[in-house]
Design a protein. Sequence first.
Length: 868
Amino acid sequence: MESQYHPRELEPRIQRQWAATKAFAAPDSSPKPKYYCVSMLPYPSGKLHMGHVRNYTINDALYHFMRMKGFNALMPMGWDAFGLPAENAAMANKVAPAKWTRDNIAYMKKQCQAMGWAIDWSREVSTCSPDYYRWNQWFFLRLWEKGVVYKKSGVVNWDPVDMTVLANEQVVDGRGWRTGAVVEKREIPMWYMRITDYADELLDSLGGLGWPEQVKQMQRNWIGRSEGVEFTLPYDAETARRMADGKKGLKVFTTRADTIMGITFAAVAPEHPLATEAATGNPALAAFIEECRKGGVQEAEIATMEKKGMPTGLFVLHPFSADKVEVWVGNYVLMGYGEGAVMAVPGHDERDFAFARKYGLPIRQVIDVDGQPYSLDAWQPWYEMPGRNVNSGSYDGLAQAAAIGAVAKDLEAKGLGTTRVQYRLRDWGISRQRYWGTPIPVVQCAKCGDVAVPDAELPVKLPEDLVPDGSGSPLKKTPSFYETKCPKCGGAAKRDTDTMDTFVDSSWYYMRYASANAATMVDERAQYWMPMDQYIGGIEHAILHLLYARFWTKAMRDLGLIAIDEPFTNLLTQGMVLNHIFSRRTGKGGIEYFAPEELDIVLDAEGKVAGATLKAGGASVDYDGIGTMSKSKRNGVDPQDMIERYGADTARFYVMQASPPTDTVLWSDESVEGSFKFLRRFWTLVHGHVAGGIVARYSAGEITTALTELRFKLHKTIEKVADDYGRRMQFNTAIAAVRELLNLYTAAEDKSPVARAVAQEVLEDAVLLLSPIVPHIATALWSELRPGTDLLDQPWPAVDAAALVQDQVELVVQVNGKLRGHIRVPASANREHIEALALKDEAVQRFVNGQTPKKVVVVPGRLVNVVV
RNA sequence: GCCGGGAUGGCGGAAUUGGUAGACGCACGGGACUCAAAAUCCCGCGGUGGCAACACCAUGGGGGUUCGAUUCCCCCUCCCGGCACCA
C-alpha cells in the first residue's frame, strides 16, 4: 500500500474502473426494491458552482447509502438547456446559443465525472435536443385537444427602445437592463395551461407528501384557496348608457362580505373597460391611465409602489342601499386577477384605508371588535379582524360567519351574487417571445385561425444557427422558419414564433430519464421508477417548478401516460449557497455584474465588505450585498481549483461537513485544508494498520475495558450515521461522529492480537461509513483492508447489539434546573434508587443547603433535577 | 408589500421528542520533533471574577409558559429565498 494519499493519481484511476464496469448503470427491473433519487437538473451556465457540488453530492451520498442498504438505486443527470442566459451569452459573444449551450454541457459533464458522482449516463437528457422537446410539443397538442391549453391575452414588460419583451430579471428598478429605458406594460396574445382546474387536487394531495412542512405551506399559500362572495355593483343609469356592454354592472369578489355596508367607493384596473370608457373625453384620466402603463409587471414592484388613483366620474350602486358609489381607477388593481375590479371598504381594509385618507374619501365603521376604539385618524390592526356588525342595518349584531352568510343569501335573492371559491393561483402562461426554447407547434392561418401542427410533422425543429441581437426574437425575422402552409386548408400560413416557458422542460424530464430513448413520451419503465423516492434541489424552487411538475404529472395521468398522482414522494430542499455580488451602472442606465475574482475587495474593521475596485483599471464598483450563486450575477464559485489542488473527495467532504444540507450558507473555502488533512490522516491510519498485516475482524472473545468502549463507540456510530444518512439527511453530524470514532481509535495504544482484530473491525466499518461521501479514497482503502473484494458490493455494516449493552449510565444532576454534578448509576436502577443517589451527591447537598426538596424530577437515562 | 425560512464563541456548526449550551472542525496561542521549514503529534481556547476549587453571565433584542427553554408562545430588529418571463 502507498504510504501517502495521492488523490490526483487515485481518483481518475478509480473513475476509469467505474466507467469500464458500468458500475452505476441501473437495470429497469430488479428483485431488489427500487430507489430513484434525482437532483434538479442544472442549467448549463458554463461551469459547475458550489451549489451544484452540494446538490449532487447529497444525491450521490444517498445513492450509495441506499445501494448498500440493498436497493436498486438510480441517480440520473440531465441539462436544462433552453433559456435566457444562452441568448445573453450569444449577444455578448456573437455565438449561437446552441453551440454555447452544447460546449457548456460538454465541459460540465467532464466536471461531473471528475467529481465521481454515481450517475447513470446512459439516461442523460438535454432539453434542447429535438428528441426531448418534440414531446413538449406533442403533449401541448394533447392538452389543447382536451381544452387544458387555451389562448388569451397577457401582460408583459416592453422595452420601448429595443422594441422587445423583457423578462422580469431584465427589468431593474423599472428600467430595461440594457437600454435603461422606462419599461411599459403591453398586452399580447399568449398560450395558457389551466393549472387552476387542478387547484383543489394540488392543494389536497400536498398532505400525503414527505416534503418539508415549509414548502407545503408555501404551496398552500400560493394556491390560496379562499371562499367568498362574488357580486355585481349595478351601473347607475349614466354608466349603463356609457358602457353599453350588456352587463348589469361591475363584478367584484370579496372574502369580507360582512363589511359590504362599509363600501364607500370601488376601484378598477387601469386597463379595465370602464376605465377606458371613462377616459374618453377626460384627458386627465387618460393621462393617468397612460402613466399606469409605465413600469414592469413584477408583483414585488407593483405591491411596493405608491398607491395612486383617480376618479372616473362614473358611478355604480350599492347592492342594498342603492347609494351611488364612485368608481376610481387604481394603479394597484390588477387586470389579471379576478375581474380587475374591487369593492373598497376603507373602514376595514388597510390598503383602502390609506387610499381613502389620501384622497379624502369617506370611511365608515361597520364592524366592532370587542368594543375596541375606532377612530379615523390612524389605522389599527384590529380594524381588519373579525367582529360583530354595526351600522349595518339588518346585519347589526351578527358575527362574521353569520353576517357573510346573510349577505350572500340576500345578494342571491336579488340575483346580484353568489358564494364561490377563489384561488390566488393563476393559469400558467407558457408563451415566450424568445428564440432559445421549444417552438410552439401551432400554425397561424388567416383563414383557419390557430391550427395544430400534425403529429407526423413533429418535432417542429428550432433552427440552431441564429444569433439574437436583443431586439426581439430572431425567429420572427427568419422566414425559412415561420413560412409554412396551413395543415388544414393548405394555404400560405405562418408558424407561431413564440417558444415555451422553460418550466415546461423541467416539468417531466425525470420521467424521460426513466424511459431513456423511448419512441413515445414515456413508457412502462417510467412506471417502474416513478414516483421518485427522493428529489433534491434548491429551496428557490419551492413553488414554481415543484408546482408545475406536480400539475404536469397529473395532466399526464389524465391522458393515461402514467399511473401516479404525484411525482415526488420525498423532497429535500437544499439551502442556497450565497456569495458577494458586485455591479456597476452602465452609462445608458443598464447594469453590469462583476465576478469577485475580478476585483480587489476592501474590508472594514469588522471584516465586512466596504467596497471594491476592478483589478483591471481600478474603477470602483458597487457592493450589492450577498445572494445566490448565479450566472447572471456572476458570483458563482467553480470547484475546479479545489478538485485540482485537493481532489474530488476533499471537495465533496468539505461541502458535506460544513453545514446541514438545508442551511443557507455564505461561501467560504477557509477550512478546505482541514478536510484534506482529515482524509490524509484517515489514509495514514489505515496504512499504519495494514503495514502490520491485515487480520480477521473481531467477532467474539475477552477484551479490555478500553476495547469494549471502542466497540461501544463503533456500534453507536454505525447506528447514528445510518440515522443521519437515511432519516435526517444531515451529513455534517455523520462526519463528526466518524471523526469522534477515529479520535478514540487513535487514542488506543493497544497492539495485542485482539486489539488488532478490533482495529480491523473499526477501520473496515469507518471506510464503509464514509464511503457514500468520499467513494474514491474509500474504494482504495477497502481494497487494502479486504484485498480481492469491491467496496461497491459491500452491504451497510451491521450493528452488534451486544456491543451496545452498558452496565452503568451517567446521569446529569441539577438543582433548580442548574447543572451541579454527574452521577453514575446501574443501568437497571429504579427511580427511588436514582433519587437517593442524587440527593447524596456532595454538590447537590451544598446547593440544597439543608432545605427539604419540593420535588425531584427524574428523567430516565438523562437527568435528575432537585427543586428546592 | 405579501408568503416561507434563518440568527448560537473569532469562524463553520452541535445539542434529533422541552432535559449537561458550544460536540466535531477551522482559525488562533503555547509546546514537542527538526540545523531550519513543511508535515505530524500534544496542550489550551465563549465572557467576567478568582492563585485555585469554583461562581456568575451568555444561544439577535424584549416579554411569557415551565422544575427546566437554543427548542414552545407573543412582540420587535436584521438577513436569506420566492412573488408567476432567471432557472
